[in-house]
Design a protein around this ligand. Structure first.
Ligand SMILES: [Zn+2]
Length: 320
């Protein structure tokens, strides 16, 4: 029924009117605030590596028909009800990860720092609780340039949150968001996203910025993998140590209670819904058949676990 033209193929004609910055502009006070996890970090062993799931907070968003772009709201609510979840709103958490490997600490995606709504910006405190200071971070790996993933590179005053880190960014994502012609052609509602990318990456250069091709290994055992669709250059991160594997899925799905259970459903923030769906299907097939430990930025905390087949799609099984 819906033949939305793709974002890249059709300039900006295919972009949902619901531009992504509203994701965090839409706390829903009438429904109360999302409950933060009692402990906002969790450490896992992966061979000789350590993986730390961290929470930067969450937003509570009123659930409207616009959130899932290709399913009826009643159908969406029925799926939530079947999982004993509320139907008036959706809680969307923001969960970066740190991989500790070879004496180096790699932060994956940043959350908001002090640039987001009041129910976010908890990463620094949760990192401290896990025993890490911002100056301990040697590398930041960015999956894609949506604000919840990059705004936390800088404080509101413009200073770098991780002054000692090299920031690794996927080349196709960087090329897209730093293209002035594209920014100038973008509808007003999307202009902010381009500005946020410029502000966050800003004048980083030289040893501070590594623009990598998806597929490149960034350090021994730490790899990257293209997962285009949600954004033009979204890239996942893989970690392998002593025969154990972990894959950071970034925004392959938004909340899994909806988009893993129905991999064909599109969240309003998928910039190329058809490509995102194709990527989602392929990656799910792989991580389910290999029973791989995965992490997701918008998964319920501790945001690490496995997927198993369920219904039309997959069920997230949190790690114990
Ligand atoms: Zn996101």
């Amino acid at each position: 029924m819906m033949h939305r033209r793709t974002f890249l193929g059709a300039g900006f004609a295919g972009m949902s009117a619901l531009a992504w910055p509203h994701l965090w502009a839409q706390n829903a006070p009438n429904f109360g605030a999302p409950t933060p996890p009692a402990v906002g970090f969790k450490k896992f062993k992966l061979g000789a590596m350590e993986i730390i799931a961290l929470n930067d907070g969450a937003v509570r968003r009123p659930l409207g028909a616009e959130f899932v772009t290709n399913a009826a709201l009643e159908e969406v609510k029925a799926l939530l009800t079947s999982q004993n979840l509320p139907t008036d709103y959706i809680d969307i958490p923001f969960n970066p990860f740190v991989i500790v490997s070879g004496g180096q600490r790699f932060l994956i995606d940043t959350g908001f720092a002090d640039n987001g709504p009041p129910t976010t910006g908890r990463l620094r405190a949760n990192m401290a609780a896990a025993g890490l200071q911002p100056t301990d971070i040697n590398h930041v790996i960015i999956s894609h340039y949506h604000g919840d993933h990059i705004l936390g590179l800088r404080n509101k005053d413009g200073s770098l949150v991780y002054p000692n880190a090299t920031v690794h960014v996927p080349a196709p994502e960087h090329a897209f968001w730093t293209d002035d012609a594209r920014m100038n052609a973008a509808p007003e509602a999307m202009r902010g996203a381009f500005m946020a990318a410029r502000r966050s990456l800003g004048d980083l250069s030289g040893s501070k910025l590594n623009i990598f091709q998806p597929g490149t290994e960034l350090a021994p055992g730490i790899g990257t993998m293209a997962a285009f669709g949600h954004t033009p250059g979204m890239t996942m991160v893989t970690a392998q140590s002593e025969g154990q594997s972990f894959m950071y899925l970034a925004d392959l799905t938004n909340v899994p209670a909806l988009f893993a259970r129905n991999p064909d459903w599109a969240v309003a923030f998928d910039m190329d819904a058809a490509k995102a769906r194709e990527t989602r299907r392929a990656v799910f097939q792989r991580v389910v058949s290999q029973k791989m430990m995965v992490g997701g930025f918008h998964f319920p905390f501790p945001s690490m676990g496995t997927f198993q087949a369920a219904g039309n799609g997959y069920q997230f099984v949190p790690a114990a």
